[in-house]
Design a protein around this ligand. Structure first.
Ligand code: ADP
Ligand code: ZN
Ligand code: ZN
Length: 830
């Protein structure tokens, strides 16, 4: 029997698969695991072919199905183990399988173009009116010069070329007068047609031309011309083959001379694949370090190696303060697993951590290191992905999405800084890379090691219940212990100094001292921009984003206000948008202002800022961190980007500004996050031979998170925090999901949220608790109102079933669910 249909997962927020017809011409290439281009509504998408379906479609003639339009891969790209992880994840997070698979194949999608063409009606109208729209039935559009212009441009282009014009070309040709709305009207009223066509299938192997010396071909025959001879010399030096571009450059020769050599039979030209390499795989490596493990490290390594030897699933929590040598434990375990013929996955929370770590790992493991993170270009990522899949990589270093790395024979998974919220994807599908890593290890019968100085409350509680083996590294490596932390009460500072200042006298003199001693400092301020708010002195309102219920931040270099949630900007206000008063106050200090303050107070210091604004270009984070490491920067200031994981032995001072602001908006994890960040950043100080010091400034420094962090007291913090979580029935004592209903109209969001709440409460099981609906703390975001429900249950299964039932009920009622965002195990409830 011939197979005529296939089930396809599409990267849209829908929880089911779709069936497409397989045109006979594509049948041989339609295999499970290939990417396909399929029509979806009026659009075209890259989907993933999961199964070939035999027999007739139940209840529908084969002819009624829409066809697969293109097969993108000659070989399947989705293997069974990755698909298994994606299926588990889609199920667990109540998310779309197609979207989850897209996370597993990042960057690998067809480029789809929109094209515009004129309909017969549009053309008639143009001709009759001599290029002017004169359709009496549609006076509004006829009198719209923009509509006439768009139609005219499309008609002109298509009559020249006979083809439809690409939307981006149309935009360019029409210029600033282009309007999407007008285009939409022309389409709705039948003058224009907009379609989508698939262009290229996304990243492909890059080929380069290579010159190959023909053995014996030269036979002593020396070609005339010094350039030709230089080509041959360079080629010999390179061992007989070399990429043409570099060869000609070095030889100072041109293509003509090379072709001549080819005709003489001295060289051949061939094409071969040139892998695109991430820049951080090309940082110069040093000789591998040979560290003798401390007794604590030895014990941890032994325990992990013991588990690796059994080749079965085991989980460890490696708990050690910052600078206790956790990395060395990971690297040893990776070595062991590679020696045993299996492969390792090493996850870090931030791509900023990968360059220096990659360098260290390359000095140890060589070319078998692969990288996967969103800082790579699509091409680089695709090439790394294939190197991994083809078994040419023994260990993958990457961020969240690397949990889907197509590594065969996985033996070990390391999740460093397991508590970090960056492991959670903050757009759907909202999966947690750490938790999937554990699941993936389980599926592969691998060992998983979670490491942290400040474990998440979830992991900590599980470990204490015996689900993890706890490995403890008791203290810091080397002579210096954890740095003492001083708190500076900025209220007292204001009274004593008699003025408002960004830096306390204590911190300023500590910075000066470091400059004198040639040591380095880090200053953390977790707010970007120059002024963190602009306040009207007349009406007291802070200028808010048009789209979000959030004050906008003033950026001096940009000379604009910017919203840090939706990135929208607005010009420097001349007056208060609410009351037109001209008395505006620029308040609050962000990193941009701090940078100028430091430059003014400490002239001659080499100050660099690292935050999302300075890190926009590719490679800029690497550059800054490398320069700190080389001692070319005295003071590195920035947001939490500077806090994580780096190991700079010459940093002996860490300053934290506005520590109380870390507690931020009301959220059940605010205390935990503040504690973690403070412990992290404090841990950057005094990692070398010299003692470190930490100075924490705050107006309100009595919060338990700040207090315990300053005392380096994780157990103390955990006891206090867990008591609060238990009292409030929050994770880890309950399974939690948030449901946010979004709509441009508040009333509609509210009504739908009410409906969702009723359905959930209607079928509530024993321990299910539904809170809300109520406006979310971030009531408006990107132009949409947000109404929130919190759903808690003692049993995870009960929570999942309740959410499942609710969605099925909405589907049954044919309610549109695009505006409903479910977040299972949320990192925030904002
Ligand atoms: P962590 O990851 O726990 O914060 P690191 O692994 O970065 O700590 O180690 C901190 C420092 O101690 C690094 O500079 C590292 O090279 C050094 N180190 C680690 N283990 C040893 C050891 N056994 N002997 C000497 N130095 C070590
Ligand atoms: Zn005002
Ligand atoms: Zn905004």
């Amino acid at each position: 029997m011939t197979t005529l249909r296939a089930s396809v997962a599409v990267p849209r927020p829908v929880r089911r698969l779709f069936t497409y017809a397989i045109p006979p011409a594509l049948a041989p290439r339609c295999r499970p695991g290939v990417r396909v281009v399929v029509p979806f509504g009026r659009r075209k998408l890259t989907g993933y072919l999961l199964d070939l379906l035999e027999g007739d479609a139940p209840g529908s003639a084969p002819g009624s199905l829409r066809p697969i339009e293109q097969v993108l891969d000659p070989e399947p790209v989705l293997d069974a183990s990755i698909l298994e992880v994606a299926r588990f994840a889609a199920d667990y997070y109540i998310a779309s399988l197609g979207e989850m698979i897209r996370c597993a194949l990042p960057g690998m999608k067809a480029r789809i173009h929109r094209v515009v063409s004129v309909t017969p009606r549009g053309r008639r109208t143009l001709e009759e009116g001599g290029g002017v729209l004169v359709d009496a039935s549609l006076p509004r559009i006829a009198s719209d010069p923009r509509a006439r212009e768009i139609l005219g441009v499309v008609a002109e282009f298509t009559s020249e070329s006979g083809a439809a014009i690409r939307l981006d070309d149309l935009r360019r040709r029409v210029g600033p007068r282009f309007s999407t709305r007008t285009l939409g009207r022309l389409r709705a009223e039948g003058y224009l047609e907009v379609a989508e066509i698939a262009g290229t299938p996304g990243p492909r192997p890059r080929l380069e031309e290579e010159a190959v010396l023909i053995a014996g071909g030269s036979g002593g025959a020396n070609p005339r011309g010094s350039r030709r001879r230089r080509i041959l010399d360079r080629l010999r030096e390179a061992g007989g083959r070399r990429a043409v571009a570099g060869l000609l450059r070095d030889a100072g020769a041109s293509r003509r001379e090379m072709i001549a050599l080819q005709r003489m039979g001295l060289i051949a030209l061939a094409s071969r694949e040139a892998l695109r390499r991430p820049a951080s795989l090309d940082l110069p490596v040093q000789a591998p370090e040979t560290l003798t493990p401390t007794p604590g490290q030895r014990a941890a390594i032994d325990a992990i190696e013991g588990a690796l030897a059994t080749r079965s699933f085991a989980r460890f929590l490696l708990h050690g303060v910052t600078g206790s040598g956790k990395t060395e434990v990971y690297l040893r375990a990776i070595e062991t697993v590679i020696r045993g013929g299996r492969k390792a996955l090493y996850l870090v929370p931030e791509i900023g951590l990968t360059p220096l770590l990659a360098r260290r790992m390359r000095s140890r493991f060589g070319e078998v290191l692969g990288l996967l993170h969103s800082g790579l270009s699509d091409g680089e990522r695709y090439d790394e992905w294939r190197r991994i899949r083809d078994g040419r990589v023994e260990v993958v270093l990457g961020a969240r999405s690397a949990v889907f790395a197509p590594l065969p024979d996985l033996g070990l998974v390391v999740v460093d800084e397991e508590h970090d919220t960056s492991y959670k994807q903050d757009e759907h599908p909202r999966y947690n890379g750490r938790d999937l890593a554990i699941m993936r290890a389980k599926m592969s019968r691998a060992v998983v090691v979670l490491g942290s100085a400040t474990p998440s409350m979830e992991t900590y509680v599980q470990a204490r219940r015996g689900r993890y083996r706890i490995l403890t590294l008791p203290g810091r490596i080397g002579a210096a212990g954890l740095p003492p932390v001083d708190r500076v009460d900025m209220r007292r500072e204001f009274e004593e100094a008699g003025r408002e200042s960004v830096l306390s006298r204590r911190l300023l003199s500590a910075l000066e001292e470091r400059l004198r001693r040639g040591e380095q400092s880090l200053v953390l301020l977790n707010r970007r921009g120059f002024s963190t708010f602009v306040l009207c002195r007349s009406c007291g309102e802070a200028i808010q984003c048009r789209n979000c219920s959030i004050p906008m931040t003033w950026h001096l270099r940009l000379r604009r206000l910017r919203c840090h949630y939706c990135d929208d900007t607005r010009a420097e206000p001349a007056a208060c948008p609410a009351c037109a008063s001209a008395h505006l106050h620029y308040g609050g200090t962000g990193t941009e202002r701090l940078e100028t303050v430091l430059n003014t107070l400490l002239p001659g210091a080499r100050v660099r800022r690292l935050d999302k604004d300075t890190a926009r270009g590719r490679g800029s984070v690497e550059e800054v961190l490398t320069r700190v490491e080389r001692g070319e920067i005295d003071i590195l200031l920035g947001t939490q980007m500077i806090a994580k994981g780096h190991d700079f032995p010459n940093v002996t001072l860490v300053g934290v500004l506005a520590a109380d602001a870390l507690l931020g908006l009301p959220d059940f994890r605010a205390g935990e996050r503040a504690f973690q960040l403070l412990a992290q950043v404090a841990g950057r100080s005094g990692r070398g031979e010299r003692e470190g010091e930490v100075i924490v400034q705050a107006y309100y420094a009595d919060h338990h998170a700040i207090r315990f962090a300053c005392e380096h007291d994780f157990p103390g913090f955990a006891a206090r925090e867990l008591a609060y979580r238990r009292a409030m029935n929050y994770p880890p004592y309950a399974s939690l999901a948030t449901i946010v209903v979004k709509d441009r109209a508040f009333d509609r969001a509210r009504a739908q949220a009410d409906e969702v709440g009723r359905i959930l409460r209607g079928g509530a099981g024993r321990s299910l608790q539904v809170l809300g609906p109520a406006p979310a703390p971030l009531e408006r975001l990107r132009g949409e109102y947000r109404v929130q429900l919190l759903v808690k249950a003692a049993e995870r299964r009960e929570l999942r079933e309740a959410l499942d039932r609710m969605l099925r009920e909405l589907e049954r009622r044919k309610v549109r669910t695009e505006g409903i965002a479910i977040d299972v195990d949320p990192m925030t409830t904002l």
